[in-house]
Design a protein around this ligand. Sequence first.
Ligand SMILES: NCc1cccc(Nc2n[nH]c3ncnc(Nc4cccc(O)c4)c23)c1
Length: 232
Amino acid sequence: ILRGEETTPHQRPYMTSLQVAGEHICGGFLISDQWVLSAAHCLEDVGNETLQVLVGAHSLSEPERNKRLAGVQELFPHPNSSAGNPHDDLLLIQLKEKVSINSDVQFLAFQRQDRDVPAGTPCEVAGWGIISNTGKRPDKLHQVELAVLSRATCNTRTHYDGAVTEKLMCTESKRKDSCKGDSGGPLVCNGVAEGVVATGSRICGNWKKPGIYTRIGPYVTWIESVLAGAHR
Ligand SMILES: NCc1cccc(Nc2n[nH]c3ncnc(Nc4cccc(O)c4)c23)c1
């Protein structure tokens, strides 16, 4: 998160840190007591190592009352996701056990209607991604408020030149922005998850390369089918 602020501890109890060998690699968020939604591209950093999901955390390093490292039962990247492809960049993670819900561990509602968030709407994104262009990694959760940018503006030649489809959305990125390590986290507008941080151009904080988010509304049928079809 560039040019945001430290979150008030445990004010975003749906936030998870995807970890490999104890290291934060991506964001994600609880959509139920056993399921996390994140970005498929996050798996590119995993290889054949063990992925774990940290819930209930504010600090990545300090002991906290409701902090738990959950194991992964099964991974469900969107079937049309692929490396280098910005589309369908979603990942559903089934946890090995149901997490106990408490003041620091909650799930977040996601938008079920396939309808664009109006341009200018203030949304928030949080994460443990880098907080400076030099790559400084925070120990504590950070957040920033970003306004939705119209797809028309996001698709101009100086921006993404038509690459932003109706299943993607953009936010302004003038200085304040999501960045490396925030991928997979939720874009929250009016208390509802409307999008998931996509890597897009990888560039952060440059107004000509707005932040790109995978809209959740168009994927509700897929999400419901995975949750219904999985076992255990
Ligand atoms: N807001 C867009 C966005 C969302 C999520 C991730 C990303 N960036 C990145 N995703 N993956 C990456 N691997 C290497 N470098 C990266 N960005 C980077 C690193 C240092 C300085 C800087 O200005 C940008 C990224 C960018």
